[in-house]
Design a protein around this ligand. Structure first.
Ligand SMILES: O=C(O)CCC(=O)C(=O)O
Ligand SMILES: [Mn+2]
Length: 152
């Protein structure tokens, strides 16, 4: 919702997870579709490597550089007090930005997320930082991002 009007998000999105989990995200009420076997395999691999058992994943398809995600923290109540998020990138390389949630703190940070990379957003990251994936004129290829979450 923007200024009381519903507008299309600038990307395509799917939400997958255990047994019809619900997630209120960015004004949307999402119900998980069942795991695709390849995505479930990634979830299981993350559990084996990190010990964290994610039960849902948001999949974003950025069709080209004109698709994006605005500034936000993944801090919905369903994620609990101090969520951990595992973010896997596939396809086009895109810039990923962080800024401090304390507006008086000018600290910023930037990453280039390569295909096949895993970005681990550990405890405290969502509390202290917002992140975004800005639009860019120089990217004409698609990118898929999977953010594994644990919904309580
Ligand atoms: O596409 C990305 O790298 C970020 C996605 C994201 O922040 C989200 O799904 O909450
Ligand atoms: Mn996010």
């Amino acid at each position: 919702m923007m200024f009381g009007r519903s507008v299309a998000i600038p990307r395509l999105q799917a939400f997958m997870g255990d047994n019809q989990i619900n997630y209120k995200y960015s004004g949307l009420n999402l119900t998980a579709i069942s795991w695709h076997p390849a995505v479930l395999e990634l979830r299981d691999q993350l559990k084996a490597e990190t010990g964290v058992e994610f039960n849902a994943v948001l999949l974003n398809l950025y069709r080209n550089g004109q698709d994006s995600m605005g500034w936000h923290s993944d801090d919905e109540p369903e994620l609990g007090d101090n969520p951990v998020i595992a973010s896997i990138s596939l396809g086009a390389k895109r810039r990923f930005l962080f800024k401090n949630t304390d507006k008086s703190n000018p600290e910023k940070s930037e990453l280039l997320l390569n295909s096949g990379s895993l970005l681990w957003m550990g405890r405290g990251v969502q509390q202290n930082w917002q992140h975004s994936l800005p639009k860019t004129k120089v990217c004409h290829k698609p990118r898929i991002n999977l953010t594994f979450r644990r919904i309580i």
